[in-house]
Design a protein around this ligand. Structure first.
Ligand code: PEP
Ligand code: MG
Length: 327
C-alpha cells in the first residue's frame, strides 16, 4: 500500500465526476516542509508557528523567527503556506514566558492563543514583523487561532497592518499581498459569520479544538476520546452550517484538524461541501486514493438525506454507503 500511495504523489486528488479537492499538509518545523515534495501536496494549510517556541529553551528572537519563515517559503516555492500565529498558553506553556498570573483549572479554555497574543502584544508584533519581512515580494497567508468573536480578528489584523505601515515607513520591502484568515475552532464564532466573512480571505476549521468545545469533552482525556465521534450528526451539521454561508460569501473553508486525515471523515467533509483539507503528511496518500474513488454528486445527495434524519450510528451508515459505492 505504501508504494501505491507513493505512486499517487503526482496524481491530482480529483473525484470520479471531475471535482478537484485541495489536499495540503500540516507542518511546524523546518524539516516538515520536505513532506510537500514527498507527498505532492498542494501546500501547507497550517504551519504551527508555536512549535519553534516550544522546542526552544529561550524565546526565539525575531531574526530567528524570520529565518525559519523565509526558509519555509523558499522550500514551498509556488505552493501556498498558511502561517498560524502562535497558539501558546494553556497546556502549551512556555518555561521562559511568565504565565504566573494565569493559574488555570481549564487551560484549553484559558488564556491561550490570540487571547494571550493580543494582551502580550510585544510577542505578536515581533512575529508580525518576522512574517512580513520573510514574505517580502511574495504572498503572505496568515491566520489567527482561537478567534471567538469577530472583533478579535479585527484587532489581530490591525496589529499586522500597523506593523506593515511601520515597515513601509522605513522603506522595507513588503509582501505583494497579505491574505488574512481566521481559525474557526471556538463554536461562538459560527454565530458571527455574518460579521466575520466580509473581513476574511479564508477560514480554516480546527476540528480538534472545535470538537472538544462543541461536546464539552476534553480532547486529551482518553475516557472521552472514543465517546464523541467526528462523524456525529452534530459535528457534520455544524460544519455544514459554516460551509454554506462561507460558500455564499466566496470565502474558502478548509479543515485543518486531524479529522480531515481520516478517509471516512474526509469523505463526509467533501460531501458537505468542504473540499480543502490540511492534514498530516502520512494521510495524503490514503486521502488521495479515497478521493479518486468518489462520485461527489452522489455523495452530496446521500449525505444531505442522511443529515436530514440522522441515525445514531452515522459512522456505520457512512461506512456502509462507502462500501456499496466501492469507495
Ligand atoms: C485544531 O484545533 O483542530 C487545530 C488544527 O489546531 P491545534 O491542533 O494546533 O490546536
Ligand atoms: Mg486548535
Amino acid at each position: 500500500r505504501k508504494a501505491a500511495y507513493a505512486a499517487l504523489r503526482d496524481v491530482a486528488p480529483e473525484t470520479k465526476d471531475g471535482h478537484r479537492v485541495t489536499v495540503m499538509v500540516n507542518a511546524g518545523l523546518r524539516d516538515d516542509v520536505a513532506a510537500l515534495d514527498l507527498t505532492g501536496a498542494d501546500g501547507i494549510g497550517l504551519f504551527r508557528t508555536e512549535f519553534q517556541f516550544l522546542v526552544s529553551a529561550t524565546l526565539p528572537q525575531r531574526e530567528r523567527q524570520q529565518r525559519l519563515y523565509r526558509e519555509v517559503l523558499d522550500a514551498a516555492g509556488e505552493r501556498p503556506v498558511v502561517f498560524r500565529t502562535v497558539d501558546i498558553g494553556g497546556d502549551k506553556a512556555l518555561p521562559y514566558l511568565d504565565h504566573s498570573d494565569a493559574e488555570e483549572e481549564n487551560p484549553a479554555m484559558g488564556w491561550r492563543a490570540l487571547r494571550l497574543a493580543l494582551e502580550r502584544d510585544g510577542l505578536m508584533k515581533a512575529q508580525a514583523r518576522a512574517l512580513l519581512e520573510a514574505a517580502a515580494g511574495r504572498t503572505l497567508n496568515v491566520m489567527f487561532p482561537m478567534v471567538s468573536e469577530a472583533w478579535e480578528f479585527d484587532e489581530a489584523k490591525a496589529l499586522f497592518e500597523a506593523q506593515r505601515a511601520w515597515l513601509a515607513g522605513r522603506g522595507k520591502r513588503l509582501p505583494n499581498e497579505i491574505r488574512y484568515g481566521a481559525m474557526l475552532e471556538v463554536p461562538s464564532l459560527a454565530y458571527q459569520l455574518d460579521l466575520l466573512l466580509p473581513k476574511v480571505q479564508f477560514l480554516s476549521v480546527g476540528t480538534n479544538d472545535l470538537t472538544q468545545f462543541l461536546f464539552a469533552a476534553d480532547r486529551a482525556n482518553p475516557k472521552l476520546a472514543e465517546r464523541y465521534d467526528w462523524l456525529s450528526s452534530s459535528i457534520l451539521r455544524f460544519l455544514m452550517q459554516v460551509a454554506g454561508p462561507a460558500r455564499a460569501a466566496d470565502v474558502p473553508v478548509a479543515v485543518c484538524g486531524e479529522m480531515g486525515g481520516r478517509p471516512l471523515e474526509a469523505m463526509a467533509l467533501i460531501g458537505i461541501g468542504i473540499d480543502r483539507l490540511s492534514i498530516t503528511p502520512a494521510a495524503v496518500g490514503p486521502i488521495k486514493a479515497m478521493v479518486r474513488t468518489l462520485n461527489r454528486g452522489r455523495l452530496t445527495a446521500f449525505i444531505e438525506r442522511l443529515l436530514a434524519d440522522p441515525p445514531r450510528d452515522m459512522r456505520g451508515a457512512l461506512a456502509a454507503w462507502a462500501a456499496s459505492e466501492g469507495v
